[in-house]
Write a new protein. Structure first.
Length: 239
């Protein structure tokens, strides 16, 4: 209010949904005794907003509640699987694919940003390798400095076990020499290119990706929407 913003109060009753658009700040509280459940969901064309939010949170060193890269590439893998099948249940993904599909464009935009990060932040002689498939199976990996989701890549050093950084904070990781430092990528550049070709509908690329069983499926194929799997479930009892 002190910033001259309009404040809109809203009463949510049982059985009602509240839709908040990207970048709309919102907060709420319960009146009386309540059992409240919240699930965060968004349509596929909001991936671009998700990317912007992830970058903004990184700048402000804030933890995110949605692992954007994991969701984006999990959705892309699921979509490619659906392109390889004839099952009608998977047809809804197809509208998000193709050369101008919103999912294809979101993955391409992320690839361009990732390539820029690689060029801007990584010394050319740094050791690079493919990330182990169990890297984040037991715990989510995030940058020690800005909490950025490390699903696509992680920078580390032999001097520090279980401590990793994003590419932007790779230089402030430690004072060890470059011979001890390394960076791991979940996808090689070739794999990313093939994934995009598959999303665009290239049959050979679809075949290659369909055989590759990488990434978890994070989005619901039937609804073709993004869902935060860490959906907040809260039991409130207020006085
Ligand atoms: Zn970072
Ligand atoms: Zn070190």
């Amino acid at each position: 209010m002190s910033a001259n913003k309009t404040l809109l109060p809203l009463f949510q009753h049982a059985g009602e949904f509240v839709l908040a658009f990207p970048r709309a700040y919102h907060s709420g509280f319960n009146c009386g005794f309540n059992c409240a459940e919240a699930v965060n969901a968004a349509p596929v064309d909001w991936f671009v907003h998700g990317q912007n939010a992830a970058e903004l949170y990184s700048l402000q060193c804030r933890k995110t509640s949605v692992l954007h890269d994991k969701l984006l590439f999990g959705s892309a893998e699921e979509a490619v699987q659906s392109l390889a099948k004839e099952n009608p249940k998977h047809l809804k993904w197809r509208s998000a694919c193709g050369k101008d599909g919103v999912l294809t464009l979101a993955v391409k935009a992320r690839m361009i940003a990732l390539e820029k990060e690689r060029l801007d932040c990584l010394p050319a002689h740094l050791r690079k390798s493919k990330m182990d498939s169990d890297f984040d199976i037991y715990e989510e990996r995030e940058c020690f400095s800005c909490f950025y989701d490390l699903y696509l890549y992680a920078s580390g050093c032999e001097c520090s076990v279980d401590k990793y950084s994003c590419l932007k904070h790779s230089n402030s990781f430690c004072s060890s020499g470059m011979d001890k430092r390394f960076v791991m990528f979940r996808y090689t550049e070739n794999e990313l290119t093939t994934l995009v070709e598959a999303l665009e509908g290239e049959p050979r690329a679809i075949e290659v990706c369909a055989k590759r069983n990488s990434g978890k499926v994070c989005a619901n194929a039937e609804d073709a929407c993004m869902v935060d799997l860490d959906a907040e479930r809260v039991m409130h009892k207020t006085k």
